[in-house]
Design a protein around this ligand. Sequence first.
Ligand code: URA
Length: 209
Amino acid sequence: MSRLVVMNHPLVQEWMSVMRDKRTDTPMFREATNRISELLTLEVVKSFPQKAIVVETPVAVTECEVLNVASLCLVPVLRAGLGMVEGCLRWLPFASVRHVGLARDEETLQSSVYLTKLSAKLNGAHVLVLDPMLATGGTGVETIRMVKEHGAASIQFMAIIASPEGIKRVRETYPDVDLYIACVDDKLNDKGYIVPGLGDAGDRLFGTL
Ligand code: URA
């Protein structure tokens, strides 16, 4: 079974209250998304390998630990995943960013792919999939399938809010993909929205409510 890391940090809780509040405007919603994405990134990076290098300070020669990740790629799931990119890149500026776009049919809740921008260079990369809302898990499972098909060496999945159903589906389908979640909510409603959730993350990020 994959690793499930649920963050329990006071600053995640602080910014989650901003994201959930229906009165929060788009600029502040973006800010909160970035902040929580940064905190999630700090958590994910704890699992990255490190190596020792020798550094010369103005005073002496010393050994430092640096990240030992040859090829790192962020894959935000359009549209809402775009809101997490800036926060992740702030700490991982050397990562490349490739995109997938999936839309959910509001009736059937089935996800369909409308954009795949994963080049062959993905081969061998470690991939962080970014999607703020892990709801039914349909989009997550399909994204992971595509990323694997394009040759990712390993994958971690980052979400801000997840439903128990979504977590179960991704973990059962891909036991090799670890999940990093800021907050796990109660359930899904009959429209596939997470409850209590925060509504439509894409609309709130891009001001299209
Ligand atoms: N996507 C969203 O933006 N919100 C949800 O609650 C579920 C999926």
